[in-house]
Design a protein around this ligand. Structure first.
Ligand SMILES: [Zn+2]
Length: 280
């Protein structure tokens, strides 16, 4: 600084001045260029954001198809029949017949209770459904008595898309095999559910295919309460006769495979009948 002062002020060299003016302009130009670049970047990012927003619906539906639940899927698929619970695909109610003081039917010795077989297979169905990301509501998970009214209420409060009641059969003569019961109005979804379950069980192995039946045994004009008073597709499965040794043997040998077949049939029905949209 001092040095500069001591130096005789040079005659202003116009060349130097010119250069200074040029540098000033270059700086101004650079600032303008940077401002322009920043502006362009902001514009592009805004456009990209807008495009992403426009495409987000497609993304969510394809994600659902791929099996991945998106958090926003509930808002973006309001026409979906079933609203997923937490991260599950849909809800199913599994009803283990009888329980507690109501033992159901027994074998000839009176030592084997229907209620125990129902709970055993029901818990396995629950396990397999959960493995498929299906939310399961059990009407009972222990050896407790639950009224039929309560079973139907649990189902109707659950937002479930399917209800399946699991039983074993009773007959005082000789009978064997598996049968499924559906409301006597023969609703298509219920009938499809029953047939899918029956086909699955037959695939595992049964003594006899006793078919899909409508109404109530001995009276087709009335219905099992769990079919009559539940608001979703439902059926009642009779997994062989308690009084038939072969049926009991098959049940014991194949309980796990029966449960998997029932779980698979439930999922298949939900997908085929579109009880839940966009199932993977
Ligand atoms: Zn029963």
């Amino acid at each position: 600084m001092d040095e500069e002062r001591n130096i005789q002020p040079a005659k202003n060299t116009p060349r130097k001045k010119k250069y200074r003016i040029l540098w000033d302009r270059v700086i101004i130009a650079l600032v303008a260029l940077i401002a322009l670049i920043v502006g362009i970047v902001m514009l592009i990012s805004a456009l990209v954001g807008a495009i992403k927003g426009a495409l987000s619906k497609d993304d969510s539906s394809s994600a659902v198809k791929a099996g991945a639940q998106v958090v926003s899927s509930q808002q973006e698929t309001p026409d979906s029949v079933a609203q997923p619970v937490d991260n599950s695909l849909f809800t199913v109610v599994i009803d283990a017949g009888h329980g507690g003081e109501d033992v159901g039917s027994t074998d000839f010795d009176g030592k084997r209770y229907e209620k125990d077989d129902c709970l055993r297979v029901a818990k396995l169905v629950e396990k397999y459904l959960k493995n498929m990301d299906v939310n399961v509501v059990m009407t009972r998970s222990d050896d407790v008595y639950v009224t039929l009214d309560d079973r139907c209420k649990i189902a109707n409060d659950s937002n479930a898309v399917i209800f399946v009641s699991l039983h074993r059969n009773y007959y005082d003569g000789e009978a064997q095999g598996v049968e499924v019961w559906v409301h006597n109005e023969r609703p298509e979804n219920d009938t499809a559910l029953a047939q899918n379950i029956l086909d699955g069980l037959k695939g595992v192995g049964v003594t006899q295919d006793r078919g899909v039946n409508f109404g109530y045994r001995g009276n087709e004009y009335v219905n099992y309460q769990v079919n009559r008073e539940t608001n979703m597709p439902s059926c009642l499965v009779e997994l062989g006769f308690m009084q038939d040794g072969q049926d009991n043997q098959l049940f014991d040998d194949n309980c796990d495979a029966y449960a998997k077949a029932i779980a698979d049939a439930i999922y298949k029905t939900a997908k085929e009948r579109e009880l839940v949209k966009n199932l993977p």
